[in-house]
Design a protein around this ligand. Sequence first.
Ligand SMILES: [Zn+2]
Length: 245
Amino acid sequence: MGTLLGGLLKLQAVERQLAQVRGRKRTRLNIIRVQEGKVELLRKEQDQLHQRILSRRKDSDQLTLDLKTREDHVSKLRTSLNSAKTNKEYAAILTQLNGMKADNAKIEEQALIVMQDAEAVVGEEAKSQERIAQEQARLEEMKKFTSDELARLETMIESLSAQRAEAAKDVPATALTAFERIAGNYDGEGMANIEIRGNKPPYDYVCGGCYMSLNAEHVNALRTRDEIRTCDNCQRILYLKEDGK
Ligand SMILES: [Zn+2]
């Protein structure tokens, strides 16, 4: 194998490791992010419950205030009832008084329902806070567990990046650009081995990256020339193994 493809192969070996380690780091960070999202969602739910409690309490206060005004009115009606001059007047006040009392009873009932609802939501909020505490604790646990692993992966990334920079020095700029573009799409695998199928000529040639068949022209060229040829399907840079038939 020539220096161009040989250099690229060395680069790919490092690039693949780098992509793998970066993938592991991403996975770890994702797990944390998912848990953070869970905690955040629970906090939003808790906030909604809290707003509901506040709104219910406000409703309850308003109903209590209304009731107080209405009860004052009932007292006044009672006084008027006692000082009624005629039977007709008495009957009219009595009707008004009874109507008011019936309405007040309804309002009282309504106030009770509102208060009960507020209490139920208080219970829900307490449960929600408990869940938040649990999930937050899980998150902290995960972060603690992951921090060592992340630090280890970061060290590996640094070391591999240095190796990668070293390997890239041996590769001409245009070839490096082509490799990086393709490797970026395939987790560091910018190159593909040409697989040779069959026991005797004519052989079939297949791209080791995407397994689509390849024109024999690629193989013939690579046997004699150290150059960049890409798979027509996946665009990976093709190479022949040393023992290629
Ligand atoms: Zn391919």
